[in-house]
Design a protein around this ligand. Structure first.
Ligand code: 3PG
Ligand code: MG
Length: 403
């Protein structure tokens, strides 16, 4: 990896424009999951320790280039201050005189958060003039927002070309974890790919087929693969117009010696609600008036066998309709087993994606995974084999001295 880190730049007395992703869930004016905020703390602490002044650039929600007061970053200030254990100054704009004055009055040891970059049209347009306005506020750029690195925006991409740039600690950790899992992994490598729709995971499956030894397919996606094999899936969520594509993927996987693991038995119900009456049937025997909502016990046992033989796991997407019990059973069982194997030192496990992380947290397994990404879309694009613009912009060759 050619990008620089905080260790490669002199930060003493420098204003370090630090792109973070604190696009966290908020309900009734309060942050309900501060994970992304907690994960940027090491970067801010390291910048402070090196004598730098962290000035945080971030987006919040999607205000589309206008000032939308409900999308002000002010809402995250209390959670940010709590995570850092110190007050954080706030500027009502991220460029111009308001921002410049706030930066100028930031004392050594202080941290400043600038208002939502997406209040300006130039952000998402990656307008060079807007990137230059941002860059004018600081001396050095640090990108710690892996989860926003799939966006080529002024604060994630344009600015990196205007200032000496480096990756923050979270960005480093995310990239290193993903490299370990996919670039040069211990084999066998298993992917668990779930979620509702095959159509959103085509590129992901296409990329993984050539890289992993087996793909466990779950969720609504699995129904499409079953239907592609000529199986009647009743009223299950299924993309019937994607069955040709699913067949083609299965054929390519076979040619590449990548095993596709589909459910052998399934949990079906007539209604999708908590406590609905369920039945376990063979995957080939979904009643016409029922829907498949989870993988069944035989499938869970088979997935366990596949997992026990694996050395590396990448996981994106739940195996069943995990939000509503009991349809979380397969996801929970696989997550707990992956966690146990990881704890025992037998598996390197990396997971990402909003739903995935919610499911792993709910099962209590997340803490034992080797790495749980803070990213949703960026994690997916990485697994698709795409270059993330925010990472690419940091990728300048560095002369490293041997150590
Ligand atoms: C996210 O929440 O996944 C990132 O912050 C990116 O947000 P976006 O999808 O609105 O670009
Ligand atoms: Mg999003």
């Amino acid at each position: 990896m050619a990008w620089k880190t905080l260790d490669d730049l002199d930060l003493d007395g420098k204003v370090v424009l630090t792109r973070v992703d604190i696009n966290v869930p908020v309900e009734d004016g309060r942050v309900t999951d501060a994970t992304r905020i907690e994960r940027i703390v090491p970067t801010i602490r390291d910048i402070l320790a090196k004598g730098g002044k962290p000035v945080l650039l971030a987006h919040f929600d999607r205000p589309k280039g206008k000032v939308v007061p409900e999308m002000s970053l002010k809402v995250v200030l209390p959670a940010l201050e709590a995570a850092l254990g110190q007050p954080v100054a706030f500027a009502e704009d991220c460029v111009g005189p308001v921002a410049a004055a706030a930066v100028a009055s930031l004392p050594a040891g202080g941290v400043l958060l600038l208002e939502n970059t997406r209040f300006h049209k130039g952000e998402e347009a990656n307008d060079p003039a807007f990137a230059a306005e941002l860059a004018a506020l600081g001396d050095v750029y640090c990108n710690d927002a892996f989860s926003a690195a799939h966006r080529a925006h002024a604060s994630t991409e344009g600015i990196a070309r205007l200032l000496p740039s480096c990756a923050g600690r979270l960005m480093q950790a995310e990239l290193q974890a993903l490299e370990k899992a996919l670039a040069n992994p211990d084999r066998p490598v298993i992917a668990v790919v779930g979620g509702a729709k095959v159509s959103t995971k085509l590129e992901l499956l296409g990329n993984l087929i050539g890289r992993v030894d087996a793909i466990v397919i779950g969720g609504g996606m699995a129904n499409t693969f079953l239907a592609a094999a000529g199986i009647d899936v009743g009223k299950s969520l299924c993309e019937h117009d994607m069955t040709d594509t699913a067949r083609e993927i299965a054929g390519r996987a076979k040619a590449a010696n990548c095993e596709i693991v589909l459910p052998q038995d399934v949990v079906v119900a007539r209604e999708f609600k908590a406590g609905a009456a369920t039945e376990i049937v063979a995957a080939t025997a979904c009643p016409p008036d029922a829907m498949i909502l989870d993988a069944g016990p035989a499938s869970i046992a088979h997935i366990a066998t596949v997992l026990s033989g694996a050395r590396t796991l990448v996981w994106n997407g739940p195996l069943g309709a995990f939000e509503i019990p009991p349809f979380n059973a397969a996801t929970d069982a696989a997550a707990r087993q992956a966690a146990a194997l990881t704890r025992a030192g037998r598996l390197l496990s990396v997971a990402g994606g909003g739903d995935t992380v919610a499911a792993l947290n709910a099962s209590g397994a997340a803490a034992d995974f080797t790495y749980v990404s803070t990213a949703g879309g960026a994690f997916l694009e990485w697994l698709e084999g795409k270059t993330l613009p925010g990472v690419a912009a940091l990728d300048q060759p560095v002369e490293r001295t041997a150590s």
